[in-house]
Design a protein around this ligand. Structure first.
Ligand code: SF4
Length: 462
C-alpha cells in the first residue's frame, strides 16, 4: 500500500518496482513470443503463482495515449496491454477489484537499451490511476541472468531458473518445428491447429510436475510432437528459399507488433527462421562472463586480492551456468533433430569469432547489434537466401545493425530487408516483402544451379 510520503517521489521506483515475492498473486505477463510467454507463465504456476499471459495489442490506443512518442514501440505495446488488462479486470470484478492481488511482470535489461527504464516509466503512468497504484511491478534482469531471487522464496528460485531455461528452449524448438513444417503442410492450418493443443499439453505438464525438474517427460513430449508434425509434411513440395530473421527481441517475436511478418514471408513463398529466445539468454550469460574476466584483469593489474578472489569465484559459477545451459539446450534440440531438420541454434562463441574474424563489430560494444550482425552472418554461412532485420523504428542497436549489414550483404549478394515497426502500416510493405521474396527465390535458384556447376544471372550480377 502506498503512503502519502512516497506518493510522488522517486521512492516509488524502489517501493513499487522491484523483486517482490509474487507468491499468491496473479502475475500479469505481457505476451511476446506466443509459445515462450505461455510456457514461462506455466513455470510460475508450477510454483503456485497464478501467472497469466495478458491479451495483447487490444490496448495499443491506451499505450500510445499515455506515452509521448519518444519511447520505442515495445514500451507502447506492453503499456497498452497492462492498462487494458487492468481496466477489464476492474470492470469484471467491480468493487471486488483489489490491486494488491496483482503483480505486473516487466523484465529489464542493462546497457544502453532504454527498455531497462521502461518498468520505472510505466510505474509513473500506472501511478496516474489511483486504482492501479498498488499493483507492484516486478522484474527479472539481465544483471543477474534472469535469476528469480526475490520473486520466489530462495529454495524455489534456483529450481525456477532451471525450469524456465528449459521451457524457453522448448518454446524455441516448438517454434522451429512450426516454421519447418507449416510451409510444406499437406492441408493449410493443420500445423497451427495441432500445435495449439500440443502447447496446452506441455503447459499442463510443466505446471503439474515442472517443479520436480523431471525433464525426461518434457523431452519425450517434444519428440512425440516432432514425430506427429513430420507426418504433416507434403514430400512433393519443393524446398523454399530460407529467410533468417534478426533484430530486436520483442518485436521480432511478437506477431502483432511485427504485423505477422513470418506468415507474410511464408505466404509469399519463404521458409522462415527467427532468432531464438535461448540465443539471448545464452548471450546474457556469455556477456556476464566477459565482464567478469575484465574485472579479473583489472584486479590482477592492481593486485587487489579480494576482487581477484570474487572474480575467480564468479567466473567458475558462470562457466558452470554456461555448460549447464549448453547441455540442456542440446538435449532438447537433439530430440527433434533425430526426426526433423530444424535449424539448430547459433552458438554465441561462434558468433563472436565470426565478428572478430571479419573485424565487423565487437561484443565489447554489447547490445543486440552484436547478436543480429553475427546471427545474420551465421544464417548466410548456413546457406540462407535472405535476411530480414525487424526492429522498433529509431532503435539504436538495430540502426547500427542496418548500417553494417546492408552494404555487407549487398556485397555478398544476399537479399536483405529492414523492417522497422511502430504500429503504423506502411503502404508499400506488401510490395517490399514480395520483392524481397522474389530476390530470395532468385538467390535460391542461383545457389542451387551454382551447386550444380552452372552460373546464373544473379551470380553474374553479384
Ligand atoms: S529502441 Fe531499441 S535500444 Fe531503444 S529501448 Fe527500444 S529496443 Fe532498446
Amino acid at each position: 500500500m502506498s503512503t502519502p510520503k512516497d506518493e510522488y517521489s522517486f521512492e516509488r521506483f524502489h517501493t513499487s518496482v522491484g523483486r517482490f515475492d509474487v507468491s499468491g498473486k496473479t502475475l500479469l505477463i505481457p505476451d511476446m513470443a506466443p509459445f515462450g510467454a505461455r510456457l514461462l507463465a506455466a513455470c510460475f504456476r508450477a510454483f503456485g503463482v497464478g501467472a497469466v499471459v495478458m491479451e495483447t495489442y487490444k490496448g495499443l490506443v491506451l499505450g500510445k495515449e499515455y506515452t509521448s512518442g519518444k519511447e520505442c514501440f515495445p514500451c507502447q505495446v506492453t503499456l497498452g496491454d497492462i492498462l487494458y488488462h487492468l481496466r477489464k479486470e476492474e470492470e469484471r470484478l467491480g468493487p471486488a477489484f483489489s490491486p494488491e492481488n496483482y503483480a505486473y511482470f516487466l523484465p529489464e535489461a542493462d546497457g544502453p537499451c532504454r527498455f531497462g527504464m521502461y518498468n520505472k516509466m510505466q510505474r509513473l503512468i500506472l501511478d496516474r490511476f489511483p486504482e492501479f497504484r498498488d499493483v507492484p511491478i516486478v522484474f527479472l534482469s539481465t544483471g543477474d541472468a534472469y535469476g528469480a531471487g526475490g520473486l520466489l522464496p530462495p529454495e524455489q528460485a534456483s529450481i525456477f531458473r532451471k525450469l524456465s531455461y528449459v521451457a524457453v528452449i522448448i518454446a524455441d524448438v516448438l517454434d522451429r518445428i512450426v516454421w519447418r513444417v507449416r510451409p510444406y503442410e499437406r492441408q493449410p492450418g493443420m500445423t497451427d491447429a495441432y500445435m495449439e493443443d500440443a502447447l496446452r499439453s506441455v503447459c499442463s505438464v510443466i505446471e503439474s510436475s515442472g517443479a520436480s525438474l523431471d525433464f525426461n517427460r518434457l523431452h519425450r513430449m517434444v519428440e512425440e510432437i516432432t514425430i506427429e508434425t513430420c507426418a504433416f509434411l507434403d514430400s512433393g513440395k519443393p524446398r523454399r528459399p530460407r529467410i533468417g530473421i534478426v533484430g530486436e527481441i520483442y518485436l521480432r517475436s511478437h506477431p502483432d507488433s511485427n504485423q505477422n511478418i513470418i506468415r507474410y514471408l511464408e505466404d509469399f513463398g519463404g521458409e522462415v527462421v527467427d532468432a531464438s529466445l535461448g540465443e539471448w539468454v545464452n548471450f546474457v550469460t556469455y556477456e556476464r562472463a566477459m565482464k567478469t574476466r575484465r574485472r579479473f584483469k583489472i584486479a590482477w593489474r592492481e593486485g587487489d586480492h579480494t576482487q581477484l578472489r570474487q572474480a575467480v569465484r564468479q567466473l567458475l559459477d558462470l562457466e558452470i551456468e554456461r555448460c549447464y545451459q549448453y547441455w540442456r539446450q542440446s538435449q532438447v534440440y537433439r530430440r527433434t533433430l533425430k526426426h526433423l531438420d530444424i535449424q539448430p541454434d547459433h552458438s554465441i562463441r561462434t558468433i563472436e569469432k565470426r565478428l572478430e574474424g571479419d573485424h565487423l563489430f565487437s561484443f565489447d560494444i554489447g547490445t543486440e547489434a552484436a547478436l543480429s550482425i553475427g546471427g545474420a552472418l551465421e544464417y548466410v554461412h548456413d546457406g540462407f537466401d535472405g535476411i530480414v532485420n525487424v526492429f522498433p523504428f529509431t532503435c539504436m542497436p538495430s540502426t547500427i545493425c542496418t548500417a553494417v549489414l546492408k552494404p555487407l550483404l549487398h556485397k555478398k549478394g544476399i537479399p536483405y530487408l529492414d523492417a522497422p515497426c511502430d504500429g503504423t502500416t506502411q503502404p508499400n510493405r506488401e510490395v517490399a516483402l514480395r520483392t524481397f521474396m522474389y530476390q530470395a527465390k532468385q538467390h535460391l535458384e542461383s545457389r542451387t544451379a551454382g551447386e550444380n556447376g552452372k552460373a546464373t544471372k544473379w551470380q553474374a550480377r553479384h
